[in-house]
Ligand binder design. Structure first.
Ligand SMILES: NC(=O)c1ccc[n+]([C@@H]2O[C@H](COP(=O)([O-])OP(=O)(O)OC[C@H]3O[C@@H](n4cnc5c(N)ncnc54)[C@H](OP(=O)(O)O)[C@@H]3O)[C@@H](O)[C@H]2O)c1
Length: 259
């Protein structure tokens, strides 16, 4: 299936490594110029060099801490100028801070809300005028199955912010549909890739993680970052032209929610 993504411009946050890097790579493979950002310059440069060499597309990089109020917008504006506009925004950056509800401080809440929600508010607000100028396009947020259902004790920050991201995308989809801008969310389950959090846990405690897989992952293995990236590439492409306001599980059957 040709996704018709050649020469589109896609911006992906938190894409020096992990799922964001795989998404940038999948979009570059389809012919997109990509703008990527993260805090570590070395990781960013390594990823950018790899993508340029492998796919021959333009790559814009920006060293940015997206929890700072002005950096998401600055990233979008500079990337748009360097790459000639924006067609696609993928809000991937996100993280977790475990803790009992009663132990979490205002600073903890602010930090994770800034990272998991407000970075995407700010980057989207900057990207939408460019997407409008392009005559339409697509936004995709990376939430989690724990934005759709209970993650468990200690996950108030993660659960709350990942649910909020799905909510925000759903409302934005309604507002932006008349302008040919589609907004969707994906909800990955447990995704393992080299250097990622699940990879670390498997290496630290292989027996417990084998039991986790058997109990929780019906397909009998962790998800792969490439599987998330391929679904995102389809969703942001015109081949998904009727899909907006959706949240798609990418979890091998891990989640239990009926909605
Ligand atoms: N892995 C999973 O199993 C899983 C499951 C469900 C959902 N998700 C979601 O998928 C997304 C990606 O997860 P991941 O596991 O790939 O994460 P990861 O391996 O920790 O990678 C995160 C990326 O974001 C960058 N980043 C982190 N904080 C940043 C900040 N403040 N400003 C700018 N960049 C920042 C990191 O680079 P620097 O550290 O250099 O900044 C890195 O490039 C997240 O939203 C996560 O919640 C992951």
């Amino acid at each position: 299936m040709d996704l018709h993504l050649t020469d589109k411009v896609a911006l992906i946050t938190g894409a020096s490594r992990g799922i964001g890097k795989y998404i940038a790579e999948a979009l570059a493979r389809e012919g997109c110029a990509v703008g990527i950002c993260a805090r570590s310059e070395d990781d960013l440069n390594e990823t950018a060099t790899h993508i340029r060499d492998a796919y021959g597309v333009s790559v814009y990089t920006e060293v940015a801490d997206l929890t700072q109020s002005d950096t998401p917008g600055t990233f979008v504006e500079k990337a748009a100028e360097a790459l000639g506009g924006v067609d696609i925004y993928v809000g991937n950056v996100g993280g977790n801070l475990r803790g009992d509800f009663m132990e979490l401080s205002d600073d903890d809440w602010d930090a994770i809300i800034d990272l998991n929600l407000k970075s995407h508010v700010r980057a989207s607000r900057a990207a939408i005028p460019h997407i409008r100028n392009a005559g339409g396009g697509s936004i995709c947020y990376i939430s989690s199955i724990y934005g759709r259902e209970l993650g468990g004790a200690g996950l108030t920050l993660y659960n709350t912010t990942k649910s909020a991201l799905i909510s925000m995308g759903k409302v934005m989809a309604q507002e932006l549909a008349p302008e040919n801008i589609r907004v969707n969310t994906v909800a990955p389950g447990s995704i393992r890739f080299p250097g990622g959090s699940w990879d670390r846990r498997v290496k630290e405690n292989p027996e417990a993680m084998q039991a986790f897989v058997e109990e929780n992952l019906p397909i009998g293995r962790f998800g792969r970052a490439e599987e998330v990236a391929d679904a995102v590439a389809f969703l942001v492409s015109e081949r998904a032209s009727l899909i907006t306001g959706a949240c798609i599980n990418i979890d091998g059957g891990q989640s239990h929610s009926l909605i």
